[in-house]
Design a protein around this ligand. Sequence first.
Ligand SMILES: Cc1cc2nc3c(=O)[nH]c(=O)nc-3n(C[C@H](O)[C@H](O)[C@H](O)COP(=O)(O)OP(=O)(O)OC[C@H]3O[C@@H](n4cnc5c(N)ncnc54)[C@H](O)[C@@H]3O)c2cc1C
Length: 450
Amino acid sequence: MTSSDIVVIGAGLAGLTAARAIRAAGRSVTVLEARDRVAGRNLGHHLVNGVPVEMGGQWIGPTQTEVLKLITEFGLETFPTYDAGSAVTLYDGTPTTYSDETFGLSEEAAVEVGRLQGELEALAGTVSLSSPWLSPQAAELDRKTVDEWLRTKTDNAEALAFWAAVVPALFSAEPAEMSLLHFLFYIRSGGMIGSLVATTGGAQELRVVGGTHQISERLAETLGDAVRLSSPVRKISHGGDGVRVHFDGGEISAQRVIVAIPPTLAGRLTYEPALPAARDGLTQQIPMGSVIKVQVAYPTPFWREAGLSGFSFNLDDALSVTLDNSPPDASCGVVVGFFEGAHARYAARMSPEERRASAVAALVKLFGPDARQPIDYAEQNWMEEEYTRGCYGGRLGAGVWTQYGAALAEPVGRIHWAGAETSDVWNGYMDGAVRSGHRAAAEVLAHLEA
Ligand SMILES: Cc1cc2nc3c(=O)[nH]c(=O)nc-3n(C[C@H](O)[C@H](O)[C@H](O)COP(=O)(O)OP(=O)(O)OC[C@H]3O[C@@H](n4cnc5c(N)ncnc54)[C@H](O)[C@@H]3O)c2cc1C
């Protein structure tokens, strides 16, 4: 049996960041990764014409400073997401273009949406990022779902339809599937709703030339053969003198272990002895969201000629959000779209051909008949991924933060937790994953024996 000072489970951004910090402190580290590649929820793909696109996380915003530092350090280049022209909202069969704050809604619905956004952001301002369960109105906010809150606040059907598209766009989960406290925590963690939804100035501002998976690849290069691929971890034995990590292919002992995988997957490992009930109860209740991401390619970004940005909210169809995802030289046109939440579960039951037809039909409604003949279509169903089991990340339903939240990042003996879900800043995003890696590395380094 081999040994390291620290074992890290998972070679996504969180695990690799942690491992690099441990190595930089002069300690030995081994990263065990289940897949035959690094980068986890970041995944590159080439369209039929060779243009790179991402099937997982792709955008970076200006306040996501930790992931931006890595991009700069590794000499990767960024480019702005195309954002000129009008957006489109499709509601009740009518596409409306807009370039103001109305989201293309009727005046009455736009006022309602703005009012509710203001109320949500005011409430979010009261939520503690480090300990949401200790927020002043935590019990009250955690008792109801986002859906319940919205329905007590408005009966405007169009405004409700809008939120029913926006909430899954942020969480790939339905408003009824998460607590209001979790929603408020999350929007505060990313700088409020405007910051989360915006392209320029917000979370969708920048893309990485060649794809975000390269950040993890560069991190892994700095770690060399400390990263062991195709090594799914099954069991962690832990006690007063150390840990023993059992994976397909062997065992490794260490002083401490960082588990840098989504909480629900962490709950599927075997622990010997078993984890405290509070931690196990937590991981039983952080399901991953549901998303199928699609890339639809055309000879040109034809929508730009019509003055459209490619951004859309579709309140009618299953493909509910799109953005222009064309390469920086616009050598072809690419629309990225998402089936999210209930729509993703519905679309997952279709055949690939039906799903493609459904996506293309939605794009025709939004951008016109030129959308009918794509030159390529690619899709990624993250729910089917054995070592992710859904995206964008894990969410907490009603009552979970206040009953179990303290166990999210708190170490259990020699077991530490990292991953985008454990970050208090940009929770659920690449930046949050990197921050969680730094935090977990600092925790283990503070405890290491000589
Ligand atoms: C479709 C999609 C779109 C997204 N869009 C964005 C975006 O635009 N911007 C943004 O910032 N974020 C986005 N995200 C979220 C972002 O990708 C994630 O928050 C981030 O990559 C998570 O990193 P992580 O290291 O915490 O987890 P992961 O990337 O999930 O890494 C965990 C690693 O652990 C491995 N693993 C799992 N189980 C085991 C096991 N038993 N043994 C060993 N290894 C194991 C996995 O294979 C994986 O490599 C998106 C995600 C998806 C899927």
